[in-house]
Write a protein that binds this ligand. Structure first.
Ligand SMILES: N[C@@H](CCC(=O)N[C@@H](CS)C(=O)NCC(=O)O)C(=O)O
Length: 210
């Protein structure tokens, strides 16, 4: 049994999606962002960074969404969401998961929290730079999918596809959404067709980008 601490549509989205898609027993606990519950001592004891997601794994808290994606895929091989060790598919899977986590996610953080990096006086320039990094990320992902896809790890679906779609979703109100890139749009369409996607949105109470 897993327990996921989440906020609707946040970085917890991909973890929640994998739990549903793989049919893993879990419960969810919604964090009240407005009340800043994620900055209160009870939550900070689970995740000292004060962000979501946190997942209780065998009763112990684990955080960082990308780590949780890799962890769930590794712990549940029957779901076949992690390519076999030593394969080219595994190399692509790990490369893109780390690229998502190290480059795209921090850029989205800057886009959504532009005051954080250098204070409110520099928010506009931070956002501008974040947009450039994100769009360059879509260029690269799109080219990769067109050449090696249709999935992030090549010819088979993996947990990295769920991560890619969460990030694409975050771009929905940006000047250029990820759906402007054709190979990414095809991936998103295929992933959205999974019944788990509708169920996830229903459970998180999300009505946009369905
Ligand atoms: N690297 C972290 C980032 C998590 C993160 O930034 N979560 C955001 C939502 S997407 C959050 O909790 N924001 C609330 C806040 O920072 O106050 C992860 O991937 O788990």
């Amino acid at each position: 049994m897993y327990t996921l601490y989440y906020m609707p549509g946040a970085a917890s989205f991909v973890v929640h999606w994998l739990l549903i898609d793989s049919g893993l027993p879990h419960e969810i606990k919604r964090i009240d962002g407005e009340a800043r519950e994620h900055k209160q001592p009870a939550y900070l004891a689970l995740n000292p960074n004060g962000v979501v997601p946190t997942l209780l794994v065998d009763g112990e808290p684990v955080y960082e969404s990308a780590a949780l994606v890799l962890l769930l895929a590794a712990r549940h091989p029957a779901a076949t969401l992690a390519p076999a060790a030593g394969t080219r598919a595994q190399a692509m899977y790990l490369q893109w998961m780390f690229h998502f986590a190290n480059t795209l996610q921090p850029a989205f953080r800057n886009w959504f929290y532009p005051d954080e990096a250098a204070g409110p006086a520099h928010a506009e320039v931070v956002k501008e730079r974040a947009q450039q990094i994100i769009e360059r990320g879509w260029d690269r992902l799109d080219a990769h999918l067109a050449a090696h896809g249709p999935w992030v790890a090549g010819t088979a679906l993996s947990a990295a596809d769920f991560m890619a779609v969460m990030l694409a979703r975050w771009s929905r109100n940006m000047p250029r959404t990820a759906l402007e890139w054709p190979a990414i749009a095809r991936l998103v369409t295929a992933m959205k067709a999974r019944p788990s996607f509708a169920e996830l949105n229903r459970r998180e109470g999300l009505t946009e980008w369905l």
